[in-house]
Design a protein around this ligand. Structure first.
Ligand SMILES: [Zn+2]
Ligand SMILES: [Zn+2]
Length: 210
């Protein structure tokens, strides 16, 4: 049985860490492998030179870090994962409960920027408009990784949470942009997040100096 979808893996990671606190990475891998009934054969599948299931778990973890659910730099040392404790994960995984389009989301009281980013219809509308290349650096998963990279990209919500009122109408082509996980990570290095223009300038000036 292959690994389930990213969101399911993420929810499982959060649940496990909530139950058991800080855990070493290999233990998280083992618990997840067991939970998802991975056979020895499943675990032996490689992506480049690493077990694919570990790579997929790491991607799930990376998204949780970007979203602020997991600690960015493990306080307890390298190789451990732990919840940041700042965000109620129940809020983050409420996307199934979000109303379907049109994209009025004001009826959902406690909402985070991340739940906007995870709204499936809004995401689809954004990607239909902008495509699957990072709008800051141009990275494209399919071009770099082949068929496995098809349709892989993060969607970032560019409206500041403080400016979101009670009734907020999300316009996917104006409020959401595709970003690669690297640029998405960098965007959230600051609060409020870096803008597209700032990210592009960063990438450009860094390329010049190296
Ligand atoms: Zn990028
Ligand atoms: Zn974002």
């Amino acid at each position: 049985m292959p690994l389930p979808k990213r969101n399911v893996i993420k929810a499982a990671i959060v649940e496990i860490l909530q139950e058991q606190g800080t855990l070493p990475v290999p233990v998280v891998h083992e618990i997840l492998a067991e939970r998802f009934n991975l056979s020895a054969q499943d675990k032996a599948v490689l992506l480049t030179s690493q077990p694919q299931y570990k790579v997929e778990i790491r991607w799930a973890r990376q998204e949780l870090v970007v979203e602020g659910v997991l600690e960015r730099l493990p306080a307890s040392g390298r190789g451990y994962w732990q919840l940041s404790g700042k965000i109620n994960s129940a809020d983050l995984y409420a996307d199934e409960a979000l109303p379907d389009g049109p994209y009025k989301e004001g009826s959902v009281k406690k909402i985070t920027v991340n739940s906007y980013e995870r709204n499936k219809k809004a995401r689809a509308a954004c990607l239909a408009h902008f495509g699957y290349s990072c709008m800051a650096c141009g990275f494209n998963f399919e071009l770099s990784y082949g068929p496995l990279g098809k349709n892989q990209i993060h969607v970032h919500h560019i409206v500041q949470i403080s400016s979101i009122g009670n009734e907020y109408e999300l316009i996917p082509t104006e409020h959401l942009v595709p970003l690669c996980p690297n640029c998405h990570h960098m965007a959230h290095r600051r609060e409020p997040p870096f803008t597209l223009q700032e990210l592009r300038a960063m990438v450009k000036s860094a390329a010049k100096t190296v």
